[in-house]
Unconditional design. Structure first.
Lengths: 352, 352
């Protein structure tokens, strides 16, 4: 079983993924630039038997043997970083702390189409993905061993995607991870000092100055953050204060899908389809010790254009050669895809 | 001038490096895999005029026009992330904080030999490099605008090295960076709780269990850390409690050089010369608010064998497919270079 281990100094947890363990010789060549021959894609229609059984499927017919029936599947990861079965077993090893690697690790197969990328999806397809994120998050929250649920996407090999077929991932964790804790503590500190949500203030200031604004609609704003770590880093925030992603309203799903698809499309056009990651940051489970009223969910998109080197690893301090105001200007100027009318969207039933 | 900007939520600073600024179109292709044609190497003997004038040189003759005269040079970075001249000018922009990018950014040209790598240096040459780190750190500490000095090395293109000629870098910063602050706060918390230095406890436990031990000598230990973020991550710590790297004793310099060269040599042999970063973590200037008595300087080596993807960026939580006990075992088993006798080393005068 995988193990969670805590750094005794800065209290950063790591997953020692023994289920994915490799022999030392497997590392002899960097995997970063190897082209894996994929052979048969396990995520394509007709190959459903090559993945573990679905935990969620959106389908016209409900008939899983009909390869034309589904347009989105969620399946457990075949090589999970964490496993659902077992107890946490928090134990010490001298001065160190560890626990078993308990958690869910699921894959959202976003579309049956192997070759299209999220930047070019119809808005309706992105809505489906957002509903799947929400449905699985609600389901995972029922298990109170899990304190945090992280949704993320790796696009392109250099961003960590091991399969080409468009997919994103959901991991539930038995701890609140460091980066999320820091955001929550920062938001709490700001609230105690100013009496306002730091993200709400950010939305207000960015809408006012327009300098770093990329796009807005009724419910959401896309911007280049003031202290961007990476060139063309893009954040999407709800304009109204909201701590929990899974409480998103139906009309907001349409607008979130629209601004997410458009933001990815701008990045694809301006930067010639670069690798990227996106990460959804939402509140931990309410029964953790964290105070949540001042947190504000959001999505961070980080194109992979520069290398993270010794300076960044050593300091946690980033050197970004692209002023976010310039990045916002060129993303803003990029011509958009025609917007399909989101009002035509029909919410689809889940098959389980 | 470059700008330092603070994330208003988690208080992470970034350098918006306008001096290195690029046009948006410069990012259109990822720079990660481009082979830059280097032409004439500015760090090779005979090309001294292609770098800014030395701030430190170790040389037999003291005659800089003699290309065979020097065996180590320290020069200001020609494309610095930060600049020495100017005032900090801390200012706000609405809710945001920023300041001018004031700092030193120097390059240590470790050897006149373009083709050798630190893993294969004679121990004596590594000692020279350590003396240069120390000399420059002491010099930089005299400017009390600077709160922290970070020494690091990027080896290989994928680890961020833009020139092949062996070199490392020194940056002085007007703030104590987040990652260092976290270590200091963690060490302080541990001391308040247990009354002991967390790193001293780590050294004691690792010497006792031997499970993660790679090498030890009279003054230093090299180990695979219990909560390694990356496969084959290696830390080198002084066995005796010491907060400040620049107070290293002369006999310790020899032993530090030996264990550093050996650790890099083991990584090179076991992993076929992978790209890597190393970062020296030492105390901030004593006039900062940080409490230093419980900090313990050390060096972290991180081979670049896996990709950092959405999960890690979103959570600050790493998935490591290589148990550190297995990594330590294969690094420990690797045959060592013959150890030159460190007692033959003569300390060399600095030319300025």
């Amino acid at each position: 079983m995988s193990e969670l281990r805590k750094d005794p100094v800065i209290e950063r947890w790591v997953i020692i993924a023994t289920e994915r363990a490799k022999r030392p010789t497997d590392f002899v060549r960097s995997s970063a630039h190897e082209k894996k021959s994929e052979g048969v894609c396990p995520f394509c229609p007709g190959n459903e038997g090559k993945t573990p059984p679905e935990v969620l499927v959106y389908s016209r017919t409900g008939n899983l043997d009909d390869p034309n029936g589904w347009w989105l599947r969620v399946v457990p990861n075949k090589y999970p970083a964490l496993k659902r079965e077992g107890d946490l077993d928090r134990i010490g090893e001298g001065m160190y702390d560890k626990m078993n690697g308990i958690g869910d690790h699921e894959v959202v197969i976003e579309t049956p189409d192997h070759f299209v990328s999220m930047a070019d999806y119809k808005v309706k397809q992105v809505e489906e993905i957002i509903w799947a994120y929400r449905d699985r998050m609600i389901e995972m929250k029922k298990d109170n061993r899990f304190k945090y649920i992280m949704i993320f996407k790796n696009h392109g090999k250099e961003a960590g995607a091991s399969l080409d077929h468009p997919h994103s991932q959901i991991i539930s964790l038995p701890i609140v991870p460091k980066r999320v804790k820091e955001e929550i503590e920062g938001a709490d500190r700001y609230f105690n000092f100013k009496g306002r949500c730091v993200y709400c203030d950010m939305v207000r200031q960015e809408l006012g100055s327009q300098k770093r604004l990329i796009e807005e609609n009724e419910d959401f704003i896309a911007l280049s953050p003031f202290a961007s770590r990476f060139p063309f880093e893009t954040w999407i925030l709800p304009k109204q204060h909201a701590a929990d992603f899974h409480e998103i309203q139906k009309n907001e799903v349409s607008n979130f899908a629209l601004i997410l698809r458009n933001s990815l499309h701008r990045i694809k056009k301006v930067l010639n389809d670069p690798p990227y990651n996106f990460m959804l940051h939402t509140s931990p489970r309410p029964d953790t010790a964290e105070r949540l009223s001042h947190y504000h969910w959001h999505l961070e998109i980080t194109p992979k254009l520069t290398l993270v080197a010794g300076f960044e690893w050593g300091t946690g301090f980033y050197i970004n050669p692209m002023p976010p105001e310039t990045a916002a200007e060129s993303l803003r100027a990029c011509a958009q895809k025609e917007n399909e009318n989101p009002s035509t969207v029909i919410q689809l039933p889940s098959a389980m």
